[in-house]
Design a protein around this ligand. Structure first.
Ligand code: NAD
Length: 356
């Protein structure tokens, strides 16, 4: 398979962690006989320094032309004084909009070797945590009308939450398809006892279930879901939900896994287009010291293989290599037990590559 991957190294630890993810992708190429072309795309603070813009138009175009985008992280205190319109994070928002990314996929997975890092009780973690949140990214209350009014000396504020059936179908399809790639269970999360938008959501998902007889569908209210994620996370395979509920639930889900450096994410658009990045930021406090954990970025590369390139076997191989290295006891500083000897970012990448 020949594919083009746009690579955004970004700022802070971005270049270090992306380098290790590239090492893994090169290993996958050699091992499975593919050819990937890597196109460097400049975005974030480094692009401001070099081009005066956090995402120059030609860089956006390069990302658009690629089959998938791999991103480290952007931002840092160096660019705090830059005007709001040109902040590093603005580049990221422009890129998401420019690529039409409407679905955010965030796995919550705990490697048994790191179970102690979870704030949940041991017996709950022992049942296993391995689910995926599919969150709608471009609609709902964040994108509805926002208004603040003064009337009769009283201030009131309104935010509009609206979804069309078309938007719901589009994201629900991502949920069903993701479930098909996993354990064939989909939980649709809404607040249909109160909200009209949720009632339409539930009706639409229920109708679509007929097209996916191999996927077991359930529905859950968002408040109950927030409880179930800490009470019995093992029950979930794929959760699909609207923008704001997904925002909150995905942060809760990443918290229960206990380690920010380990979690990947994918943002998907039409036609398999996708951007893949770890959930953490550019960690300027540890940049340039070869101590960052590259696993979140390496697992993002695995998601890239699975979701944009449809290379499930290759993605499995990367995930298995991460598990094997953890099983052997290797740890970066952020996940290391007190007193144990951590390995650096480069070494961790090398070890994982050797297991593919
Ligand atoms: P952060 O995620 O960068 O760091 C939070 C803490 O986690 C820090 O102590 C850091 O050292 C640690 N950490 C993060 N990733 C790690 C890793 N891979 N290995 C080991 N330790 C890791 O969050 P922050 O400090 O709030 O933000 C720093 C910068 O990143 C800010 O400029 C922020 O705007 C930006 N940011 C970017 C993105 C993105 O690019 N998508 C996301 C979040 C924050």
């Amino acid at each position: 398979m020949e594919k083009t991957i746009a690579v955004i190294r970004g700022d802070g630890i971005g270049p270090e962690i992306v380098e290790q993810a590239l090492r893994i992708l090169r290993r996958v190429e050699a091992r499975f006989g593919h050819r990937f072309t890597y196109e460097d795309v400049w975005m974030g603070g480094c692009a401001i320094d070099r081009y005066g813009s956090s995402l120059p138009d030609e860089m956006l175009e390069k990302a658009r032309q690629a089959d998938a985008v791999l991103l480290g992280a952007v931002g840092g205190p160096k660019w705090d004084g830059v005007s709001k319109e040109n902040r590093p994070e603005r580049g990221l928002l422009r890129l998401r909009a420019g690529l039409g990314l409407y679905a955010n996929l965030r796995p919550a997975q705990i490697f048994p070797q790191l179970a102690a890092a979870s704030p949940l009780r041991e017996d709950i973690v022992a049942r296993g945590i391995d689910f995926l949140i599919v969150r709608e990214l471009t609609g709902g209350i964040y994108f509805g009308e926002h208004r603040t009014e003064e009337k009769d000396g009283e201030t009131s504020a309104t935010d509009v939450l609206s979804y069309s059936e078309k938007e719901i179908r589009r994201i629900a399809r991502q949920g069903f398809e993701a479930a098909r790639k996993r354990r064939h269970k989909l939980c649709s999360v809404d607040k249909a006892n109160v909200l009209d938008s949720s009632r339409l959501w539930r009706k639409t998902v229920t109708e679509m279930a007929a097209d996916y007889p191999d996927v077991e569908v359930s529905h859950m209210y968002v408040d109950n879901c927030a409880m179930q994620i800490v009470r019995n996370p093992a029950q979930f395979d794929v959760i699909v939900t609207e923008n704001m509920f997904g925002d909150i639930l995905s942060d809760e889900a990443s918290m229960i896994t206990g380690s920010i450096g380990m979690i990947p994410s994918a943002s998907l658009g039409e036609g398999g287009r996708g951007m893949y990045e770890p959930i953490h930021g550019s960690a300027p406090d540890i940049a340039g010291q070869d101590i960052a954990n590259p696993i979140g970025t390496i697992l993002s590369a695995a998601m890239l293989l699975r979701y944009s390139l449809n290379l499930a076997q290759e993605a499995d191989a990367v995930e298995a290599a991460v598990a094997a290295v953890l099983e052997e006891g290797w740890r970066t500083a952020d996940i290391c037990a007190p007193g144990a000897e951590p390995v650096g970012c480069m070494k961790m990448g090398e070890l994982i590559a050797e297991h593919i």
